[in-house]
Structure formats: structure tokens, C-alpha cells
Ligand binder design. Structure first.
Ligand SMILES: [Zn+2]
Length: 106
């Protein structure tokens, strides 16, 4: 799914669930295209859209990774958020629970 499609689907979902607007497509009818919404609904919808954008932005950032040969020998994890140094020589993979000794300290 491309970014625009995903974004538009998220906006449609927010409109539907928070603003009670069934679609963001113009339907050429004042009755269908104009809606009365409370300011707190608008605030909630904008906050949700803001957070969706924020989460999309941070998920685009590549996590810091170690070389594959220093990753977890059991599950192959290389994301340093999941590989924790326990001692000077032992790493704990929080993904699968394996403890191992990588070839060198990173
Ligand atoms: Zn692992």
C-alpha cells in the first residue's frame, strides 16, 4: 500500500469514528457534504491525525542495527533496541531470550 493511500484511509477512519462522517469523498450534495461537528470532536480528530503522522514519521526511521554476524544467532535479530549487553561479553536478545557472545563489542 502506498503512503498516500494509507494516509487517506487513516483520515477516512478518523472522520468516520470521531466526526461521524461516513466518507471524505465529495458527493455533490450539501446534505451529504456538510456536517455539524463539535469543536471537541474536531480537536480529538486533529490530535489523532497528528499522532498518526508522528507514528508514520518515526516508523520510517531505520533502527540502529549491528552487523548480521553480531546479531542473535537464534532469531537473527540485529536491532540494537532488542540486543542488550548483560556483561562485558554477553548479549541478551530480548526478542527470543537467547544469550550469546558476539564476535566483538559494538
Ligand atoms: Zn534472538
Amino acid at each position: 500500500m502506498n503512503t498516500t493511500t494509507k494516509r487517506d484511509q487513516q483520515l477516512e477512519a478518523i472522520a468516520k469514528t470521531i466526526l461521524d462522517i461516513p466518507t471524505l469523498e465529495a458527493r455533490s450534495s450539501d446534505r451529504l457534504d456538510f456536517h455539524e461537528v463539535a469543536v471537541w470532536q474536531v480537536k480529538k480528530a486533529l490530535r489523532k491525525a497528528y499522532m498518526a503522522g508522528y507514528e508514520a514519521a518515526i516508523s520510517d526511521v531505520d533502527p540502529e542495527r549491528v552487523e548480521p554476524e553480531d546479531g542473535c544467532p537464534r532469531c537473527g535479530e540485529t536491532n540494537t533496541d532488542h540486543l542488550v549487553w548483560e556483561t562485558d561479553t554477553t548479549v541478551h536478545c530480548t526478542n527470543c531470550g537467547t544469550r550469546y557472545q558476539p564476535s566483538e563489542r559494538w
